[in-house]
Design a protein around this ligand. Structure first.
Ligand SMILES: [Zn+2]
Length: 294
């Protein structure tokens, strides 16, 4: 009798151990840039659009009467910084109804699972990044080498190029901009204040992160064509305000030194956008040349 009880208890402990180790897939975040987790004072960019990111990781809050939309979360630790920033602006963290992801890397999607859990927000992402989000980065063609680099999360809705996300009076168009990841995307929408209307582009700039030849990236066979498509598509977008997933890409600190007053026109910068895009086009062209020589 005692022996049987002991056996049952023992197998129970072993089973529990295995189940918990499967559930709690360990997250190994790659090396974090100190600028990614440095706080930056939150501020109003234009109309109902606010900056709630860190010094370098662009996270954006769009407020509506039906609740709020958060675009990007930064790394796992910056989720707390975002919550503080949202509250500092006088908004309720739990009013986040929609969580949009620009691409499934740990420095932008690291807090998605936690914020979804804490707020009940619906996670919406580009369909082509869904499997990487669900795998916590493990299936990414490049970042997969780090294993699970962020807490896995299953999107509630998947978007395809040109799809629209609606909440309250907001309509956000998703632009599929693959290359950096299979499902990288940008968001385009309109906000207004008492003086004018602004068309806002939050762009996923197509930077190249792999050192491999494109032809050797076998798990992402269309990577070369995808970058070419995105570089071309991004040249034809009409917008007033330009923002991006990394603050350094659009020079946030120069445009809005911390503590400065409301000034949406500081972010009207077609020239800066064109220069950045030309730079990325050059890097892509150079990579193709290098690939051909190898
Ligand atoms: Zn990335």
């Amino acid at each position: 009798m005692h022996r049987n009880l002991f056996k049952i208890a023992f197998s129970f402990i072993i089973t529990t151990f295995f189940i918990t180790s499967i559930i709690a897939q360990e997250v190994h975040e790659p090396k974090i840039d100190s600028d990614w987790v440095k706080p930056y004072p939150p501020f109003r960019i234009a109309g109902n659009l606010y900056y709630v990111g860190t010094y370098d990781l662009g996270c954006y809050l769009i407020t509506t009467k039906k609740g709020n939309i958060l675009i990007n979360t930064g790394t796992a630790v910056s989720a707390t910084l975002i919550k503080n920033s949202i509250e500092q602006l006088g908004f309720n963290f739990k009013d986040i109804k929609i969580l949009l992801v620009m691409h499934a890397h740990f420095d932008h999607a690291g807090g998605v699972a936690d914020i979804k859990e804490q707020t009940g927000a619906k996670v919406i992402a580009d369909a082509a990044d869904a499997d990487v989000l669900e795998a916590g980065g493990k299936t990414d063609y490049e970042m997969g080498k780090y294993g699970v680099s962020f807490k896995p999360v299953k999107p509630d809705r998947l978007l395809y190029d040109g799809d629209i996300v609606k909440l309250g009076n907001m309509q956000i168009t998703m632009l599929h901009h693959p290359g950096h990841t299979k499902g990288s995307c940008s968001y385009l929408f309109t906000v207004k204040d008492s003086s004018r209307v602004y068309r806002v582009l939050i762009a996923n700039m197509p930077s190249i992160i792999t050192d491999k030849k494109f032809a050797d990236v076998t798990v992402y066979p269309t990577i070369r064509q995808d970058y070419a498509y995105t570089l071309n598509a991004m040249k034809n977008i009409q917008f007033d305000i330009w923002l991006a997933a990394h603050a350094s890409q659009f020079n946030l600190q120069q445009k809005h030194p911390s503590g400065s007053a409301y000034n949406p026109s500081a972010f009207i910068d077609q020239k800066g956008y064109d220069e950045e895009l030309n730079e990325l086009q050059k890097k892509y062209d150079d990579k193709l040349k290098k690939d051909a020589e190898q």
